[in-house]
Design a binder for this molecule. Structure first.
Ligand code: ADP
Ligand code: MG
Length: 209
């Protein structure tokens, strides 16, 4: 399956819709162990991406990801802004001058998620977005070349949900939630939840193709 950047408007709209639909739920999560601004931060970035959607659709993948990365960095703010921005900018660097098939996409996405680890000085098990993003990226990388695309998509969606739910019982050791120490246990991380929502929204669109 070959997917071109002209799918970006549909993906950005679906992601934006899903975050808005779940905004109260995520804000409650972020209020419990963060400062409650995560949805507003994301929506600022998504609003800017919606404004750029027609332009993004005309670019190649590497240029589109580069532009999206810079927009996320400058518009989202908070911890998430630089982390998500770095994901896209690294994806752009990895895919530059390559035709993007599912194997190159998987390689680029994994490199992007690794850049979040570097920038955030964080890893899985610390109750962050990485608990969703890293298992999804690793599974995609392992399966992109040899498992049928529709099967991979369903499994990625399950992995994202499992990763999001796994953060509930974790002790936060990165980000604002870490200030709460033991009191962070028992709440799902807001960034893990929005990462899962975004991944599942994208998968829903791809499954409808
Ligand atoms: P802030 O914490 O600055 O208010 P946001 O509320 O927008 O920023 O984003 C918080 C989310 O960012 C957290 O829920 C967590 O998933 C993620 N996060 C915070 N710090 C890190 C880090 N060092 N590494 C990975 N993810 C992080
Ligand atoms: Mg916050």
């Amino acid at each position: 399956m070959k997917i071109n950047p002209d799918i970006l408007p549909e993906l950005i709209q679906a992601v934006s819709h899903s975050i808005t639909e779940h905004s109260e739920e995520v804000t409650e999560l972020d209020k419990a162990i963060g400062d409650g601004d995560h949805v507003i931060n994301l929506q600022r970035g998504l609003h800017a991406l919606l404004e750029q959607q027609a332009e993004l659709a005309q670019l190649d993948w590497a240029s589109a990801w580069q532009k999206m990365g810079l927009t996320c960095m400058s518009k989202i703010g908070g911890a998430a802004g630089s982390l998500i921005g770095s994901l896209f900018v690294t994806m752009a660097k990895t895919a530059k001058d390559k035709p993007v098939d599912s194997a190159v996409f998987a390689e680029a996405f994994l490199a992007g998620v690794e850049s979040i680890k570097l920038r955030g000085k964080s890893n899985v098990g610390e109750k962050t977005m990485l608990d969703v993003l890293l298992p999804v990226a690793q599974q995609l990388q392992a399966q992109a070349a040899n498992v049928e695309f529709s099967v991979v998509l369903q499994q990625l969606s399950d992995t994202a949900i499992k990763g999001m739910e796994s953060t509930r019982d974790m002790l936060a050791t990165k980000g604002r939630a870490s200030y709460l120490g033991e009191r962070s246990i028992g709440h799902i991380d807001a960034g893990a939840k929005t990462s899962q929502l975004m991944i599942c929204a994208i998968i829903d669109i791809l499954q409808s193709k």
